[in-house]
Design a protein around this ligand. Structure first.
Ligand code: ADP
Length: 467
């Protein structure tokens, strides 16, 4: 399986989605909280202004009672001196709608008289509040109408400009930090999501390695004892069970193979004897020869299988000696040259003069023969097979590159399993044990065996041995 396929694409990752959710919820909550506070402040400001206006009416009424109308008019003129005339005005009305007094109204040119009904209502009830939208002014005017005597109504108008500026400043003061918090929240959310999901990524990585064949891998259990630790424990327990089952199955297969060996050897001996006692061209001789061949095939399969088990378990003894790998490859090429010619496949090798290392000669010979045989077997006539050996002093790389049919991505990990053969290769001779044996032998030397393939264009098998 290619790493590109197994890696979760970033834009689809859970961490990214969590971050987006977190940022969205965070921004939404902040905006909601701010809108709530903002609305409360706006209402409070309006209420306070209305209370002030109503309070002014009450104060004028008290002044009228104590000092008379002249004093009220004097106070009104005083309150609208200079700049104040731009923001507020006062008018004194008789109950019959006659204007008694008006302060400077230059800043309120479009201001008309209030409806007569308002005077009656103001005399009968509490002060009446109204918002006036005057076409010549940028901001509305809040006005109050209240009776200060039985027949005298005061009208006080005040621009809401100051209040609106205060609320606008408040809005600016809130919005800038809100944006900063949301912007800071995105990396913080990404960090927290990645941290929280690290355990899941560990499980995914281990599962990927196991899918590629490393059944002995386990997930590290985090010390926090949280849900991820529990997931890692359950996952590891499941792997223990699977590994025990696989080992059990393998042992059973090995025992079965071992037990089949002796009867098969006896059947083979009997078939050989029957062949020897029959006349050369007879049907009995031919049947006995077929039985001997089939027994040989089965015995070879059993032996190879047992050899793989022995090598994988580390019980096999390696006959280490000073081996010239370049020479082994050269000999193998000579041996397979006729096979290559028969198949009309061009065989080339780029080898150094020598390449010495400590290894088991016979096992390496089998690895080379198997990989070379496969390369020739799975390359159609007219194709080519190229072998290369590169020694960098610490590491030796031996590659078998062919221009054959290639291997599908989903089959690449499976071809190293025992008895695995792709459907396409069933027309070719073989038992599906060659690559499993190669892998066991390379690993027994502490090396690695890998495959890269471009389906339809060919495959490259690489043996890496370390000094
Ligand atoms: P066998 O060749 O006997 O079938 P192996 O274990 O050597 O068994 O190979 C297992 C499978 O891997 C083959 O059946 C084939 O499908 C695939 N294979 C191995 N080598 C190559 C190659 N060079 N090109 C294409 N497929 C290959």
């Amino acid at each position: 399986m290619s790493s590109g396929q197994t890696r979760i694409r970033r834009r689809h990752s859970l961490a990214l989605r969590l971050t987006l959710w977190y940022s969205g919820i965070f921004a939404g909550s902040c905006a909601l909280a701010f809108a709530f506070v903002y609305a409360l402040i706006v209402v409070a400001v309006q209420e306070r202004r209305d209370e002030d206006l109503s309070g002014d009416v009450a104060e004028f009424a008290a002044l009228y009672r104590s000092d008379g109308q002249a004093r009220v008019e004097h106070e009104m003129q005083l309150d609208t001196l200079g700049e104040e005339a731009q923001k507020s005005f006062f008018r004194l009305w008789a109950r019959d709608g006659r204007l008694v007094l008006a302060t400077d109204l230059t800043a309120f040119p479009a201001l008309g008289p209030p409806p007569a009904s308002l005077f009656e209502a103001a005399v009968a009830n509490e002060p009446i509040l109204e918002t006036l939208d005057l076409p010549t002014r940028d901001h509305p005017v809040r006005a109050v109408y209240g009776a200060i005597a039985r027949d005298l109504i005061v009208e006080i108008g005040e621009s809401v400009e100051d209040d609106e500026e205060f609320v606008a400043a408040l809005l600016r003061g809130f919005v800038a930090p809100l944006f900063t918090f949301v912007l800071l929240g995105v990396p913080a959310g990404w960090f927290l999501a990645r941290r929280a999901l690290r355990g899941v990524e560990d499980v995914t990585r281990t599962a990927t390695e196991i899918a590629a064949g490393a059944l002995d891998r386990r997930v590290e259990v985090p010390g926090e004892g949280d849900e991820l630790a529990r997931l890692a424990q359950v996952f590891n327990a499941m792997l223990d069970r699977i590994q025990a089952l696989v080992v059990g199955l393998r042992e059973m297969a090995d025992h079965l193979a071992h037990d089949l060996r002796s009867p098969l050897t006896r059947i083979r001996a009997a078939a050989e004897m029957a062949q020897a006692n029959s006349s050369a061209e007879s049907a009995e001789a031919s049947l006995a020869a077929t039985a001997t061949e089939e027994c040989d095939r089965l015995l070879e399969m059993i032996d190879t299988n047992l050899e793989i088990t022995e090598t994988e378990s580390g019980a096999a003894y390696l006959h280490l000696a000073d081996v010239d790998l370049a020479l082994l490859v050269r000999d193998a090429c000579e041996l397979f040259q006729t096979v290559a010619e028969d198949r009309r496949v061009e065989l080339n090798a780029a080898l150094p003069a020598d390449c010495r290392l400590r290894a088991d000669r016979q096992r390496l010979q089998r690895v080379i023969a198997n990989l070379l045989d496969n390369a020739l077997k799975y390359t159609p006539p007219g194709g080519r097979v190229a072998i290369a050996l590169v020694d960098d002093g610490t590491r030796v790389r031996l590659t078998f590159e062919d221009s054959g049919e290639g291997i599908a991505p989903e089959e690449r990990a499976r071809i190293f399993e025992r008895f695995y053969r792709s459907d396409r290769s069933r027309s070719q001779p073989g038992n599906g044990l060659g690559l499993a044996l190669c892998l066991a032998n390379v690993r027994a030397h502490g090396g690695e065996l890998s495959v890269a393939s471009d389906p339809g264009r060919g495959s490259t098998f690489t043996v890496t041995l370390f000094r």
